[in-house]
Design a binder for this molecule. Structure first.
Ligand code: ATP
Ligand code: MG
Ligand code: MG
Ligand code: MG
Length: 439
C-alpha cells in the first residue's frame, strides 16, 4: 500500500478528551473516530487490526472444535421474557420498538437467541457435544462509556455457547475454552491471566475472567506473582483429551488470582508475602459454566440414551475483540507511539523513502514494495513528499514492527536501513537481506 493513496488521518495534536494512552494513540494514529458517546467508526488502519484480531480468534476457536456462525444484532424481547432477563437486565439494555409496536432490543449478549436455535433443531444426545460461536457487535448502554474502544457502548465480541449432556462434558467445554483463550491472547503478544471472578447477570457457578495487567485497568486484581511466569507457548494440545485440558486448567488456575469481586484476604494471606501482588487489570474475556439455567427456563432438552428428556448443560464464553485493541496498546507502546506485536500488526513493515522523486530511491522503494508483496507480506510505503522526520514520526506512531529506510546515500553502497520498532536498533543491509529479516 502506498501511503499517498491510503486513508490515514493522523492527528498532530494530542486529543484532550482521551484519558489513557491507548485511546490517545488510537485517535492520533487515525484508527478510530467517535461517532457518538461510546460508538466508533473504524478507520482503515483500526479496521485492519480489528480484522487481524478477529482472524486469530476464529482460528483458535475452530482449532478447539467450535463452530462459527452469525446471529443478528437485533433480538426480539420475547425470548428475553422467557429467560426472565428482559426485566432483570436493566438500563444497560438498549430497547427498541419497531413500527408494529413489537419490543426489540440490541443484543448485549446471546444466551437466549442461541438457546432458541438449539431447542428448535437439536433433540438427541447424539448431536452433542456442540459449541457454536459468533463474532458480532453488541450494545450495552454503559453508564460511563470511556477510554475509547475499551468501554464502548457498541463493541465487538466473540461469544461462544456450549451444549452438553452432562456437567462433566460441559466442564470439559469450559476447559477447552480456557486453553483456546490462553493460545489466542498469547498469539496477540498478550499475557492474559485467568482469575476467579463473579458471574454477574449471566449467572452461574464456575467462571474465570482473563485479565491483562495494566495500570489503567478498571479491575483491581490480587494474585500470586508466580502466575506471571506461566506461558502456554507452542505446546501440543488435543482438545478432545479431557485429562490434558483439565491439567492445563489446573496449571493456570491453582495459584491465587482473583478480581476484587471474589477476593478473599484470608486465602490471599496464605500466599508467601513476597509473592503477593495487588494490581490493576483489563478484562479481555470471561468463561462461564452455568449448568441448566437457560435450558430449564427455555425448555432446551435432549433425549438421553434411555429416551428421557433432560435439560442440556451450558456455558458461555466471551472475548472482547474490540477492547483487545486498547489492551494491546496499553501493554505495548512507548513515548513515540504504538508497538504492534507481529501477530496483529496492520502492515508487516514500513518503507520510508528519504528522497521522493529521486529516480534511484523511487525505483528501489518500488522494488522493495513488489518483493515484499510477492512474499505475501503487506508493506506500507510512505511515498509522500514529506521531510524524513515527519515520515519517521508517522511510522513510529502507527507502530509497524519494521521500518526499511531508503535513501540515495545508502543506495550508493548497495544498502538500506532496517529498524526494529521495538528495540529501536538499526542495521544497514542489502535490500534482499532486509526483506529476508522482515519475512
Ligand atoms: P466489564 O466488567 O468490563 O463491564 P463484562 O464482565 O460486563 O465487562 P462480559 O459480559 O464478560 O463483560 O463480556 C465479555 C467480554 O466483552 C468482556 O470480557 C470484555 O472484554 C468485553 N466487553 C464487555 N463490555 C464491554 C464494553 N462496554 N466495551 C468493550 N468491550 C466490552
Ligand atoms: Mg459490564
Ligand atoms: Mg466484568
Ligand atoms: Mg465479564
Amino acid at each position: 500500500m502506498r501511503l499517498s493513496r491510503y486513508f490515514l488521518p493522523v492527528l498532530k495534536e494530542t486529543p484532550s478528551e482521551a484519558q489513557i494512552v491507548s485511546h490517545r494513540l488510537m485517535l492520533r494514529a487515525g484508527m478510530i473516530k467517535q461517532a457518538s458517546a461510546g460508538i466508533y467508526s473504524w478507520l482503515p488502519l483500526g479496521y485492519k487490526v480489528l480484522r487481524n484480531i478477529e482472524q486469530i480468534v476464529h482460528e483458535e476457536q475452530i482449532r478447539a472444535g467450535h463452530i462459527p456462525m452469525l446471529m443478528p444484532t437485533l433480538q426480539s424481547a420475547d425470548l428475553w421474557r422467557e429467560s426472565g432477563r428482559y426485566d432483570d437486565y436493566g438500563q444497560e439494555m438498549l430497547r427498541i420498538t419497531d413500527r408494529h409496536g413489537r419490543d426489540m432490543l440490541y443484543g448485549p449478549t446471546n444466551e437466549e437467541l442461541i438457546t432458541d436455535i438449539f431447542r428448535s433443531h437439536v433433540g438427541s444426545y447424539k448431536d452433542l457435544p456442540l459449541t457454536l460461536y459468533h463474532i458480532q457487535w453488541k450494545f450495552r448502554d454503559e453508564i460511563r462509556p470511556r477510554f475509547g474502544v475499551m468501554r464502548g457502548r457498541e463493541f465487538l465480541m466473540k461469544d461462544g455457547y456450549n451444549f452438553d449432556l452432562t456437567k462433566e462434558d460441559a466442564l470439559h467445554a469450559y476447559n477447552r475454552h480456557l486453553v483456546s483463550y490462553l493460545r489466542t491472547y498469547e498469539r496477540m503478544g498478550l499475557q492474559a491471566i485467568p482469575m476467579r471472578a463473579d458471574s454477574g447477570p449471566i449467572g452461574g457457578d464456575d467462571t474465570h475472567e482473563f485479565l491483562v495487567l495494566a495500570e489503567t485497568g478498571e479491575s483491581e486484581v490480587f494474585y500470586d506473582a508466580q502466575i506471571t511466569d506461566l506461558k502456554f507457548g507452542d505446546r501440543a494440545i488435543d482438545y478432545d483429551d479431557k485429562a490434558q485440558c483439565q491439567a492445563v486448567l489446573e496449571e493456570f488456575t491453582s495459584r491465587y488470582a482473583r478480581t476484587d469481586e471474589t477476593h478473599d484476604e484470608a486465602e490471599f494471606a496464605k500466599v508467601p508475602e513476597e509473592r503477593r501482588r495487588t494490581a490493576r487489570g483489563i478484562e479481555v474475556g470471561q468463561i462461564f459454566y452455568f449448568g441448566t439455567k437457560y435450558s430449564d427456563a427455555m425448555g432446551a432438552t435432549v433425549a438421553d440414551s434411555e429416551g428421557n428428556k433432560v435439560p442440556v448443560h451450558m456455558g458461555s464464553h466471551g472475548i472482547g475483540v474490540s477492547r483487545l485493541l486498547g489492551a494491546i496498546i496499553e501493554a505495548s507502546h512507548d513515548d513515540n507511539g504504538i508497538i504492534w506485536p507481529e501477530g496483529v500488526t496492520p502492515f508487516h513493515c514500513g518503507i520510508v523513502n528519504l528522497k521522493q522523486g529521486d529516480a534511484e530511491a523511487d525505483a528501489a522503494c518500488d522494488a522493495l514494495h513488489a518483493s515484499l508483496t510477492a512474499l505475501g507480506l503487506e508493506p506500507l510505503y510512505d511515498d509522500r513528499n514529506e521531510r524524513a522526520g515527519g515520515k519517521f514520526a508517522t511510522m513510529d506512531l502507527i507502530g509497524l514492527p519494521w521500518r526499511i529506510t531508503v535513501g540515495p546515500r545508502g543506495l550508493k553502497n548497495g544498502v538500506v536501513e532496517l529498524t526494529s520498532r521495538r528495540t529501536g536498533e538499526s542495521e544497514e543491509l542489502p535490500p534482499e537481506q532486509a526483506i529476508a529479516k522482515v519475512a
